[in-house]
Design a protein around this ligand. Structure first.
Ligand code: HEC
Ligand code: HEC
Ligand code: HEC
Ligand code: HEC
Ligand code: HEC
Length: 327
């Protein structure tokens, strides 16, 4: 399908994708945007179609599910418009979410900077990528074309980060600091650790365990439904060995076919921008407590579709975010 474009700021009309001959290859952008291309190559968007996790999913072995490509190997977001799932790309699906997926417009490559339509090469001519100002590139609805199927943008809207004023932060502000294309997420331990902090304090005969998500602007965890957080509070014996489990909370949005997965009630993710507290009785023997907060990227096993369980906690896949002993 060829989608005709409106006349560009200079030169003949252009299409969204097919009219960028080899220009759609990120390698052609490298000549002038080497640092951006290097960051994108280190980023999971470049692996969205080749990620072994995609192949690991039994229902997608060998990448048989082409409908996944509407977000994992998409045509340009601006073609259908923001906050709408893009169309699947037939050309080079292995490039995943590439430069043209996020940037291409009929007139040229979208920039979030006013004045982009006048950007030039050092010799004064227009760059081949024809940068054009599109404020939509810099706002959450752009990310939401693919990242709202599990409500991440809607969750953001309910936090103070979405309110105009000093606290306002877009997805881009936190995930693209200094406009970096290394958009870190759950594969980045420092980011996860910053997004949910843990503390343990005595309050009379009880201990207060808190998970502080004020540094994240959506649920913890958010988006992909295999991710989950796990909070465990144990009593410790004098030798430091756990003698009993006092509290366990799992934070996760189940898949649709799982119990509680088809409506919001089954979602046990915790809200961002909040301090969450739980109380447990202090051990009568005066012993200490240990609280630990874990994160799991991929809890399911490789059972047939619809049969995989998410209850099996494979300790080799659990990341320890924080541990606190006390009070
Ligand atoms: C021949 C060099 C050249 C090539 C090749 C090139 N660009 Fe550019 N691009 C430029 C220049 C020069 C600018 C203007 C930079 C400025 O003034 O800050 C620019 C600007 C941009 C901008 C806006 C930058 C901003 O600050 O907001 C985007 C987005 C962009 N290019 C994307 C691409 C993509 C995607 C490709 C590959 C498909 C590409 N460019 C290929 C030279 C090039
Ligand atoms: C509406 C857009 C959309 C569609 C359609 C879609 N995905 Fe995704 N997928 C995403 C986004 C966005 C993420 C990143 C979310 C995150 O990191 O939490 C993601 C993440 C994933 C991951 C996790 C990758 C990792 O690194 O752990 C897997 C696996 C996955 N998707 C599989 C699929 C499969 C299989 C299909 C088709 C049956 C599919 N997706 C269809 C948007 C989509
Ligand atoms: C997932 C979406 C996404 C992908 C993929 C993507 N970009 Fe961007 N890019 C953005 C956003 C959003 C901004 C604006 C960030 C801002 O201004 O806050 C941006 C900004 C830029 C800029 C200006 C900032 C700078 O550092 O000079 C250039 C140039 C650019 N992109 C080029 C590319 C190239 C080349 C590729 C492919 C290798 C690419 N982009 C892939 C979303 C994307
Ligand atoms: C065209 C669809 C699309 C758009 C637009 C998009 N993403 Fe993604 N994003 C994906 C997919 C698909 C993945 C999963 C890639 C994988 O792990 O295989 C992903 C993964 C991520 C991750 C997780 C990285 C990790 O370490 O696991 C973050 C963070 C992210 N995107 C942020 C953003 C932000 C911020 C924007 C807006 C500037 C954005 N994305 C725009 C499709 C998109
Ligand atoms: C105030 C900073 C902040 C803002 C704003 C923000 N995020 Fe995040 N994001 C985080 C932190 C911290 C984490 C890791 C902890 C977590 O999951 O909450 C994260 C995690 C993620 C992940 C990783 C999920 C995974 O499975 O890999 C995705 C995807 C994501 N954010 C997308 C978005 C989108 C889309 C927006 C805009 C609607 C956004 N974020 C706004 C801080 C932010």
């Amino acid at each position: 399908m060829l989608v005709g474009g409106a006349p560009g700021p200079s030169g003949p009309p252009r299409g969204f994708l097919e009219d960028w001959p080899e220009g759609m290859d990120p390698a052609t952008c490298r000549a002038c945007h080497a640092a951006v291309v290097a960051d994108w190559e280190a980023d999971f968007h470049s692996k969205a179609r080749t990620d072994p996790e995609m192949d690991n999913m039994v229902l997608n072995k060998g990448f048989v599910q082409t409908d996944c490509n509407s977000c994992h190997a998409p045509r340009p977001v601006f073609e259908r418009g923001l906050a709408v799932t893009p169309a699947r790309r037939e050309l080079h699906p292995e490039r995943g979410v590439d430069c043209v997926s996020c940037h291409a417009t009929a007139e040229g490559m979208a920039s979030a900077k006013p004045g982009a339509d006048r950007m030039t090469l050092p010799n004064g001519s227009r760059p081949p990528c024809r940068p054009v100002y599109r404020p939509g590139l810099g706002i959450p609805e752009h990310c939401g074309s693919c990242h709202n199927q599990h409500g991440t943008v809607d969750q953001w809207r309910q936090t103070s980060y979405a309110e105009p004023g000093e606290a306002y932060r877009t997805c881009q502000a936190c995930h693209m600091p200094a406009r970096s294309h290394r958009m870190v997420g759950a594969h980045d331990l420092p980011l996860l650790r910053s997004g949910a902090k843990l503390s343990l304090a005595a309050a009379g005969a009880e201990a207060v365990v808190s998970v502080d998500t004020r540094a994240t602007a959506h649920n913890f965890p958010t988006d992909y439904r295999t991710r989950f957080g796990l909070l465990r509070v144990e009593a410790l014996g004098g030798d430091g060995v756990a003698t009993g489990l006092l509290l366990e909370r799992k934070f996760r949005q189940p898949f649709r076919h799982e119990p509680g997965g088809s409506d919001a009630s089954g979602n046990t993710q915790v809200k961002g921008d909040t301090v969450h507290e739980w109380r447990v009785p202090l051990p009568a023997d005066g012993g200490k407590l240990r609280a630990r907060l874990f994160y799991s990227l991929r809890p399911y096993n490789d059972a047939p579709p619809g049969e995989f369980t998410t209850d099996e906690l494979d300790p080799t896949k659990m990341l320890l975010l924080h541990e606190a002993t006390g009070p």
